[in-house]
Ligand binder design. Sequence first.
Ligand code: BGC
Length: 759
Amino acid sequence: MSTLPFDLERTLQSLTLEEKAALTSGHTTWYTEAVERLGIPAIMLTDGPHGVRKQIPSAKALDLDNSVPATCFPTAATLGSTWDVGLLARVGEALGREARANEVSVLLGPGVNIKRTPLCGRNFEYFSEDPALSGDLAAALINGMQSQGIGASLKHFAANNQESDRMRVSVDVDERTLREIYFPAFERAVTRAHPWTVMCSYNKINDVFSSQNDRLLTEVLRGEWGHDGLVVSDWGAAHDRAAAVAGGLDLAMPGTKPSRDDEVADAVRDGQLPEAVLNEAVRRVLHLVLRSQEALASPGEYDAAAHHELAREAAAAGAVLLKNDPVDGAPVLPLDRAHAVEVAVIGEFARTPRYQGAGSSQIVPTQLDDALSALREQVGRELPFAAGFTVPGGPFGDDDALLTEAVALARTAGTVVLFLGLPPVDESEGFDRPHLDLPENQVAALEAIAAVNPRVAVVLSNGSVVALPWADCVPAVLESWLGGQAGGAAVADLLLGVRSPSGRLAETIPHRLEDTPAFGNFPGEYGQVRYGEGVLVGYRWYDTRQIDVAFPFGHGLSYSTFDYDDVAATVRGDGADVVVDVTVTVQNTGPVAAAEVVQVYVGDPEATVLRPARELKAFAKVGLAPGESQALAFTLGARDLSFWHPVLRRWVVEGGRFVVSVGASSRDLRGSIELEVVGEDLRPPLTRWSTLSEWMDHPVGGPVLADALERVTGSRTLPEMDFSMAGMIAQMPMRFISLSGFTGLGQEDLDAMVDAAES
Ligand code: BGC
């Protein structure tokens, strides 16, 4: 342990008001403010999340191409599809080591925003449409990063689910949806990994900027989840500096003019901002500076070759084999090595890989693999190649000529591996996609090639899902997302069967944009986006509404097969103490070593609120040798059965029937168990505004009502009436009934009933 440059509490007392205000904003784009007279050094925070983007000193703020080389790990789209917490921890460790070696104290990531729509230009930087999966992966990554003595920045808190108008838009969202969909990934990561920093989002939530949202940053993040680190603004997101400090924002980045810091000092002087609140923010900044010192004192080195290998392993683990139909009796993939000599490689992306997304996460890689070279190297032969189509921003060419050449090659090939994907200009931080389609020239190439060769395996490179209306034309599709600098070699490993695909969809692939949950409520208008689909996001939407999809959440094939046996689920305890034990035995029944992702879903079909048909609550990735089996056990707690009660404003377990399912995707359930759970008493107290049927159905209210009727009418039941009248009255508040005289009960009778029910 190095000696610390200053003592926190003593230094806090020695700082002037102006110095304190200055410490709550950065000094430059990537550095915090130093106070030399007190020995407070500056520290560096930089992007993030898939590698270290440390700009060279001469680079301007928005210069994304001039940074020191660093390993470009697969993007979160790929990492999310690994469903592998152990792997994410190792990637996190490597990221931490590289940050440390570069004297970076905080690496700005991971991003855990939910993929609300496949159109979000930044989906490549986010893990999943599911909060449990996103949260568990983020927690593993953060724990890995921070094990190296550097900090993570969990971002962008919260509800930053689109790039359109991201700096101003107000997300119009109800509390239950925030709690069940948009918060839990942050909550899981905060409670399980204690990130050194959390970055607030640019957008507003229900008209309040996240950067000055006291409920978000102070009540929920710190108060409820116990975040003990710092909150930093997204770059430029702190508008009203004093309101931001008051709301719980500690550090506004990047550096600003000193006059902006005066806003904070003036607010303290004017009595608008209590100095104690400013002191808290400064304390957190100083704490961050102090905890960064150990790593800065011994930056160390990293093994670039080993990190490249890890990036390759992760890219392979996150590629999803969507389909692999047999042609002539055998699946097209893996390529039969004996016949690999007859393989033709087509598609510009094989030669010019798309391996990362655009924007602040852009890395200058330490090396870069392309699939064409990797395949040639592994096969030991010059496999023939044709570009097939042009890609905007790529090598110049004529689409017609390229297609003619590619079709001629495809006609003579044993198998075609066709590399398609989104051009880099189609997806980026800062804007969203207008549609889900691959470019027309690529689809034309696919159709022409499939017409002359039945053995076509498509490899896709894109940061978020594309529609696959053409998938029926080809027997095999491998979705590799944006696989980082070793993605090309990883794809070659999978195509040749060196590894078996083990990625699973962390994002549903719909048939059409019109089927997607946010359609009609995206990207909003006039500065407002309404999350009208509520909690039905991703597979929660498709499964609940029974909408046919191209490939469901959790889906992914391997070169082996798996059996699920002995699926069991039992309940212990009740209400807030309920525990559900789930067990299953999985066996690799196929010919090769492979990994399966076992998914546990919970459904609550009898709830008093609309709940998704099923929700992922636990998962495990298990590697199995041929014939090997493994027994797995999962423990679900009350929270896994709960919904956020909109009136009680807390998590509740409602009693009744639950369905626990174990499966290989949200639509490939291998076993479902029905359970009877004893829940909490959630009946609201009876009032004058409770309806007749609420009184009748209530265990206390029912007899009280009958007693009152008997007193007034001589009968314990209501007078005979027409069924429509009975139905109408049943839904009326008692207040109306007592005023109308329908039942003979008057105002005073009702007052007495309320008193009796309360006692
Ligand atoms: C992005 C953040 C990023 C920051 C610094 C912002 O525009 O939204 O994710 O960390 O810039 O580059």
